[in-house]
Design a protein around this ligand. Structure first.
Ligand SMILES: [Zn+2]
Length: 304
């Protein structure tokens, strides 16, 4: 039976901060952009140049030309298993913790050529790496995954641009500057009788998502979305006004876990208002770090 028509299972969506998620129906587990290292970066040439900080921040400052430290302890506290790791793109705050997770869980990694090259150079076996361009619609045992061509957030007042790719012969470890975008993908995942549309950045290609009818849309909600014309309205209309919208990539990912996110949260609240303006019946959730959203078999939504 096709996954979409299967009995609806309970789905659990756990937010890891930044664009990071775990999604499971109890049988299969998918991760999206799992990033736990929360690097205190400095001199980044796009977006905020320096990571935000808090008093007595214990993290080392890592210049954009330096190799970051991987917080594998935090990864291991939150990731026990995964069948798939989906990557929207290869910037460090999406991709740098993926190799450790893929090696530890034996998950299949799906991403761009740049993402695949990071995985391969990090010792992830070829059998676990699927390289995608966007446009593929892959069938697996318990899930199917449609890969959607997408666009990176229009950072730096729309001046962010990179056509660089991570080469096949890249050597680890990578410096922050080596984690180039490598193109951006979105995903439509069919799992447990539902369709979830997943974004890892504040942009999309309208014609690539028009007509999709996700039950749940994870939509990136931080301030760079304001660079895009009618970002929320155009997207929600293209998707037929989904019943449930979950804000993602809304936090200030330059801050450590546990730091106040008041400013980012206030911005996310303006995203909620945008959703309500175009689709008053849509339920919108802005998840806290490590919060789990539970969708039961009837479609009711709980937070834990
Ligand atoms: Zn990025």
């Amino acid at each position: 039976m096709h996954a979409v028509r299967a009995r609806r299972a309970e789905l659990r969506l756990t937010h890891f901060g930044a664009a990071g998620w775990s999604i499971t129906d109890g049988a299969a587990t998918l991760l999206l952009d799992p990033y736990f290292s929360r690097v205190r970066f400095k001199n980044r040439p796009y977006g905020a140049p320096d990571a935000a900080t808090v008093p007595r921040d214990p993290r080392p400052v890592v210049d954009y030309t330096e190799v970051p430290t991987h917080d594998t302890g935090t990864v291991d506290r939150h990731v026990a298993r995964a069948d798939f790791v989906l990557l929207s793109h290869s910037h460090f705050n999406h991709a740098m913790d993926m190799p450790h997770i893929a090696r530890k869980t034996s998950a299949t990694v799906i991403g761009t050529e740049s993402t695949a090259n990071i995985a391969r150079a990090s010792g992830v076996p070829d059998a676990q790496i699927i390289t995608a361009r966007g446009g593929e619609d892959f069938e697996f045992d318990r899930v199917s995954i449609k890969v959607i061509p997408s666009l990176h957030s229009a950072l730096s007042n729309k001046h962010y641009w990179s056509s660089a790719a991570i080469p096949r012969d890249v050597k680890m470890p990578l410096r922050l500057k080596d984690y180039v975008e490598g193109g951006t993908l979105a995903y439509m995942v069919r799992i447990g009788g539902r369709q979830l549309l997943l974004f890892g950045g504040m942009n999309y290609i309208e014609r690539e998502v028009a007509g999709l009818r996700p039950d749940v849309a994870l939509i990136a909600a931080a301030k760079p979305r304001r660079e895009i014309h009618d970002y929320t309205g155009r997207l929600l209309r293209a998707l037929g006004r989904p019943r449930i919208v979950v804000a993602t990539h809304w936090d200030n990912q330059g801050l450590p876990f546990g730091a106040p996110q008041d400013e980012a949260r206030a911005e996310a609240d303006t995203f909620v208002a945008e959703v309500k303006a175009v689709s008053p019946r849509t339920r919108v959730v802005v998840p806290a770090h490590f919060q789990t959203i539970v969708l039961d078999g009837r479609g009711a939504l709980k937070k834990s």
